[in-house]
Design a binder for this molecule. Sequence first.
Ligand code: CO
Length: 140
Amino acid sequence: MIGKLNHVAIVVPDLTISRERYMTLLGADVSLPVDLHEHGVTVCFVQLPNSKVELMTPLGSSSPVATFLDRNPSGGMHHVCYEVEDIRTARDALVAGGARVLGTGEPKIGAHGLPVLFLHPKDFDGTLIELEEVKQIASS
Ligand code: CO
């Protein structure tokens, strides 16, 4: 069902500092920060040859990652994102298999303008999983 690793997400206390560190110390290409009001986070993406790292920090007072940062003041790994071809088909199969989908169960539009869902970390070894619907382009 799952395809490529789309990204690993890390919550950081200061996005400007972390972004700068990835660019200067690690020599990475990093996108400009974008505010995602619906998700309560500001994000930027570190572009790697085979995947991405999402650096995210709370946006607004009711951000879902604010409590994460309270528990992990220096930041930490937050979720992994796997690509799926059809997010509703994947969701239905997961729910039928006993996995829990967070929120309403309906996909939201994520950072890349594509539908995303989150799965309960207690069902996956303590790891929050994001699924992102990425239509597969014919492979070369
Ligand atoms: Co993500």
